[in-house]
Design a protein around this ligand. Structure first.
Ligand code: ARG
Length: 436
């Protein structure tokens, strides 16, 4: 391992490699996802130091150029975070030192790794929540597009997984679209809530320098400051939990959507055919095409829930920085990694499946028109309960009224014959105009 940034030269502390490896944990791998955010925050911090005269204009120029160069090297794969470093924070200082010598030692003035990691994590979460929001909007748009194209296709609607009433592809599609619009909004609200800069709070007690915290926060695109240095540390884990909660809303809906599809593609339902690339074959049964993709999509919510549990169970800490907080990173990043990867597959998967119209139409039996008939009688003045009994009594006789007509007659707002998707489109526009 390279010289540790906290090692006091000449004092000869003993460094035990086994213990150091344990302390670093998964940091080296996970900090690769924080590195670019840390570099951005470091550059803003340096400009803040210039404002208060800690570094000269020339030094600020050198440090900024150095940080930019490191950023480019990281992007091009010339530099990589590996096990010779303790974490991304020490790697940046070490690389700067190699490039610039003495002056690199100024970059850490007035900050601690405690506020450094906190700011990098907030930038990471903002980025991932914005991605989440964009993906959710993408999913909703694909679904609403299909409503326009095929919304009137009749299909059976189910409660208790038993045939209930005639429904339509449009009702099913728009229902899932509305869920993802809610999720997009929640991602934005969560982003807005955690959009605060902890940079300049140092180890959790502030510093004896008049750091221009506001200007640095504004440069980094934050909406406000985390004012109190202690809270900058105490909020670690808590904000991660909220970010996971926003993600979990989406993966929960993803699970239900994947569940529906896994039923719809069965031989028994036969409503939907997935594009080939989402299916795999069986190693033994030549006849099989299995919808593995939707099954693994369904499994993703379990990963997110597991991360929520892991995170919340470790948050039993006193005030201030504790190294336990490092352990918030693996569940956060595991969940966002898996969750966003899965959700990002959805727009294309949803755009490419085929409806099997005939099977859908055949799924609607005459019996399923019973509620419509009872309501028709109620509309003509018969008390609904009486109409219900009469329809139940002569249901055997059947009713030849067309299924399509039943679907289109369902005109209550939001129902098959009046999907009101313009209201959903309006919400998408609002979210896109005010992302958070
Ligand atoms: N990897 C550490 C974390 O995530 C960085 C902060 C280290 N701070 C400290 N005082 N040792 O919390």
């Amino acid at each position: 391992m390279k010289d540790l940034i906290w090692k006091k030269h000449g004092k000869g502390e003993s460094i035990d490699q086994e213990v150091m490896a344990f302390l670093a944990g998964e940091d080296i791998e996970l900090d690769r996802q924080l590195l670019l955010f840390d570099l951005r925050a470091s550059a803003a911090h340096v400009r803040g130091l210039e404002q208060i005269g800690i570094v000269s204009e020339a030094e600020c120029g050198l440090l900024s150029k150095g940080l930019k160069q490191i950023e480019m090297d990281v992007r091009n794969g010339v530099r990589q975070l590996d096990s010779q470093f303790e974490d991304c924070h020490s790697a940046i200082e070490s690389w700067l030192g190699e490039m610039l010598g003495e002056v690199a030692g100024k970059v850490h003035t007035g900050r601690s790794r405690n506020d450094q990691v906190a700011v990098a994590l907030r930038l990471y979460m903002k980025d991932r929540l914005l991605q989440l929001q964009e993906i959710c909007i993408g999913i909703a748009e694909v679904l609403l597009h299909r409503v326009d194209e095929e919304g009137d296709l009749p299909m059976a609607g189910y409660t208790h997984l038993q045939p209930a009433m005639p429904s339509s592809a449009g009702l099913w599609l728009a229902g899932h679209a509305e869920a993802f619009i809610d999720n997009a909004e929640l991602a934005g609200l969560t982003l807005h809530w955690l959009d605060a800069s902890p940079l300049g709070t140092a180890s959790g007690f502030g510093v004896n320098l008049d750091l221009p915290r506001d200007a640095v926060a504004t440069e980094l695109g934050f909406r406000r400051l985390v004012v109190n240095p202690q809270y900058a540390q105490n909020s670690r884990g808590k904000i991660e939990l909220q970010a996971l909660s926003a993600l979990a809303a989406s993966t929960l809906d993803l699970r239900r959507l994947a569940w529906d599809l896994s039923l719809f593609v069965t031989h028994e339902f036969g409503f939907v055919k997935l594009a080939e690339k989402y299916c795999t074959g069986s190693s033994i049964m030549p006849n099989k095409r299995n919808p593995d993709t939707i099954e693994l999509l369904r499994a993703v919510h379990g990963v997110v829930q597991g991360a929520q549990m892991e995170l919340s169970s470790m948050l039993s800490l006193p005030s201030g920085y504790q190294r336990d907080l490092q352990a918030t990173k693996p569940p956060l990043m595991r969940a966002f990694g898996k969750g966003l990867q899965a959700l990002a597959l959805m727009p294309e998967l949803l755009a490419t499946f085929q409806w099997c119209e005939e099977r859908m139409l055949r799924s609607v039996s005459v019996q399923m028109l019973a509620t419509d008939r009872a309501l028709d009688m109620a509309n003509e003045g018969l008390p609904f309960r009486e109409a219900y009994r009469r329809v139940a009594a002569d249901m055997e006789d059947g009713d030849t009224e067309g299924v399509q007509k039943s679907v289109l007659n369902r005109i209550s707002p939001g129902a098959c014959g009046n999907l009101d998707t313009n209201l959903l489109q309006d919400r998408i526009k609002t979210i896109l105009n005010h992302p958070d």
